[in-house]
Design a protein. Structure first.
Length: 258
């Protein structure tokens, strides 16, 4: 199955820079860091300033254990584990593109530090709360809550959230440190790969690939770092409405809310 998206996002505000290693770099990034190209016709959607979000090519996923069995740190999923629908989240109208970019650069960017994140949060308190608290669930983007609004009743909201929850349980004792697992990756990398095709497969992961590949849900499932801009436009600029997620703010909005 395709590499799991958004495996971990540890916010600077919680002690570390947001990890976006599972997001794929844009296949056609802008070459002018001062230019933001917005078009709903591009396959990748909006392409913002590439300095806004960290854009590093991810390492290939580690190979599974030679015997195809569980990793040493993997734990059995309890028999009473059940999938539940994600909690709904109310969208807000507290951000504009300027604020989203500032918080993104300060807290998610390649050179983000605790200081840059705190500065962005201080300048745009309402917007940063929406981005970094309201729409982060279990240290990941609240993909399921977005799907609930974009496609009410779609089972993928539960499937995606449940896949992550199951993997979290199965791999709760694994080490995130690079080199702790096989092939130079981490124990967590190995565990997620084996659990996704093993203990968590029938629970939820068997449908994960179809869900994250569904074009109708793409705005909720960032597959490139640039896709975070339309995600947050819908969540925090347009009140939980993604119908205009690929429409940029007019130039006159200035520094705007936040």
């Amino acid at each position: 199955m395709r590499a799991l998206l958004l495996a971990s996002m540890c916010l600077i505000a919680c002690g570390g820079r947001v990890g976006l290693e599972d997001l794929q770099p844009s296949s056609n990034p802008t070459t002018d860091s001062a230019v933001v190209r917005d078009t709903a016709t591009q396959p990748d959607g909006v392409v913002p300033d590439t300095s806004i979000f960290e854009d590093t090519r991810p390492e290939p996923p580690p190979p599974p254990p030679p015997d195809g069995g569980p990793t040493s740190c993997e734990e059995p999923v309890p028999k009473d584990f059940r999938c539940t629908a994600p909690a709904p989240i109310a969208g807000k109208k507290v951000c504009n593109d300027v604020a989203i970019r500032a918080v993104g650069e300060g807290c998610f960017g390649f050179e983000a530090t605790e200081s840059t994140c705190n500065a962005a949060r201080k300048k745009y308190p309402a917007c940063s709360t929406c981005m970094l608290i309201d729409w982060i669930s279990e240290n990941r983007l609240a993909i399921g809550a977005c799907i609930q609004k974009v496609a009410p009743g779609n089972k993928c909201a539960t499937t995606i959230e449940c896949t992550y929850s199951c993997l979290d349980v199965a791999c709760s004792s694994c080490d995130w440190e690079p080199g702790s697992g096989k092939g130079g990756g981490s124990e967590m990398d190995d565990c997620w790969e084996t659990a996704a095709s093993g203990s968590c497969y029938s629970i939820a992961a068997k449908d994960y690939e179809a869900c994250v590949s569904d074009p109708k849900l793409s705005v909720c499932v960032p597959n490139t770092v640039e896709d975070l801009l339309p995600f947050y436009r819908g969540a925090c600029r347009d009140g939980g409405d993604w119908s205009k997620a690929y429409v940029a703010d007019p130039p006159s909005t200035g520094s705007g809310p936040g």
